[in-house]
Design a protein around this ligand. Sequence first.
Ligand code: PLP
Length: 418
Amino acid sequence: MQEDPEKLAEKTLEQYRRFMNPGMASLLRFMGLDAVEWEGEGAVVRDAAGNEYLDFLGGYGALNLGHRHPAVVAAVREQLDRLPLSSKILLSKPAADLAQLLCEVGPPGLERVFFCNSGAEAVEGALKLARAATGRKKFIAATGGFHGKTLGALSVCGRDVYRQPFEPLLADVALVPFGDAAALEAATDSETAAVILEPIQGEGGVNIPPDDYLPRAKETCDRAGCILILDEVQTGLGRTGFLFECQRSGVAPDIMALAKSLGGGVMPLGAFMAKARVWRPFEENPLLHSSTFGGNPLACAAGLAAVKTIIEEKLPQQAAEKGSYLMQRLADIKSEYEDIIVDVRGRGLMIGVEFRDSDVAALVIAGLARRQVLAAYTLNNPKVLRLQPPLIVSREQLDSFLATFSESLSQAKSLLAP
Ligand code: PLP
C-alpha cells in the first residue's frame, strides 16, 4: 500500500459522493464503515491501513467459504490462465461439470441447470420458465419475501418501500402471509403459474416457517397444477445446516434458484435448476432464454470448486454445530438484554437478532463497526441484525464476536438510558 491510508479513505469516500451515490457515502460514514477494504482471508477483512475486521455479514450470504478459499482461488487461477470467458459457441467443460454436480447433489428430480450471474437473474429465469411451462400468468409470493431488485424479481418481493417507486410491476402477483399454508392454499388456483418462496426468509428478518409449511405448499402446488419455485439464493449451499434448506423437510421444488455462495466467494454466479418436464420450453427453443456472461468458465470453475469444497469440508454440518453454539450463547445474552432484544432465531449460521426497534439495531451495528466487526440489518426488516459469518469461522472468532456484541449492547443501552 503506497498511498497514505487515511488520505485514501477520504479520497474514496469523496469519489463515492461525487461519482457513485452521495446517500450511500453519508450512510457509510454515519455507520463508521468508511474505511477502504483491501484484502480478505477466511472470516477476516483488512482495510488499507491494515486494520482487521471480523466479517459477520459474509457478503450478504455470498461468503459461505469465506474470503479467498484456497481451493476456489486455485481453480479460478487455473481457468484464468487458459480461458476466462466462453466463445459461447463451443462446449464448455466447467459449465457441464458444474451442472452435473448440482443435479447429483441437489434435491431429487432437478435435472436441468441454466447459469446466470446473480440471484435476481436466477429468479427472473425461474419466473419466465414457470410461465412458459404452464401457459399461466399468475404468481404467488410471500409478504416480507426478497428475491432481488430487477423488475420481475421485484414484482414478487414483499416490501413496499422497494416496490412502490417502480410500479406498475408485473401484474397478476398475489402476496400472502409467509408461513401460512392455508392462506397460500386459498390464493392458489388454476390461473397460478407458480408459487415462489424462500425456505427461510432472509431479508424478511430470518423468518422460519412452521415445519409443515413447505410440504403443504408443495401439495397445494401439485393440486393446482402449478410450479413451486424455491429461492435458495441465501439459504443454499450449507448455510442453514443442510446443503439446501428444503432438504430439511424433504421437499423437492419444481424449480430452484441459486446464487451468492455458488461462486465460492470469488466469482459472481447464479443458476436455476428445474425438473425435465418443466424445462421443455427451453428444450424446444434453446435460445428462448440466454445470457452472454451466464455460465462463463471462470465463474463455473469457481462454482465447481465451491460445491466440491462445501461437501468435502462438511460445511453444512459445521454450520449446524457452530450455529447451535452461537444460538445458545446469544440466548444467554438476550436474557441480560430483554428490554432491547426481542428475539434470537435462526438455523445453522443464518441467525437473526430482532431488536425492539430499528434505531436500537442501528446503534448496535454502529457499535460493532467501531469495534471492527462487520454486520448489517436485513433489507426487508431493519429491526433485525443478521449474522451470517463464513461457515469456516473458528470457535475463537465466534467467541470474539460474542464478546464484542456484548460490549456493543451495553454501550447502546447506556446511550438509550433516559
Ligand atoms: N433471492 C434471495 C433469497 C436473496 O436473499 C437475494 C439477495 O439478497 C436475491 C434473491 C437477489 O440476489 P442478487 O442480489 O444476487 O440479485
